[in-house]
Design a protein. Structure first.
Length: 78
């Protein structure tokens, strides 16, 4: 099993960017309770983590860590 995020609209599941599986299959759908919303994403969590732990990362250059990680991922998926 693998989780795939989709939107339910008028009896249909809509998968963003064609990320849904092809063919016909049975699925289990879990709906949040009315009034329950997903927690907001914290866009500064990574920055706070690096700032908090930067003293522990002795001898490591953490400047531009985000750009370095993006470059690694892009190279890996070429």
């Amino acid at each position: 099993m693998r989780p795939v995020k989709a939107t339910y609209e008028n009896g249909h599941l809509i998968f963003p960017g064609g990320s849904g599986p092809e063919g016909r299959m049975e699925v289990i759908v879990v709906f949040p309770d009315p009034g329950e919303s997903a927690p907001a994403r914290d866009k500064d969590a990574g920055k706070r983590f690096v700032e908090k732990w930067s003293g522990v990362l002795k001898g490591e250059n953490i400047e531009g860590w985000k750009e370095q990680k993006i470059a690694e991922l892009e190279k890996k998926h070429q």
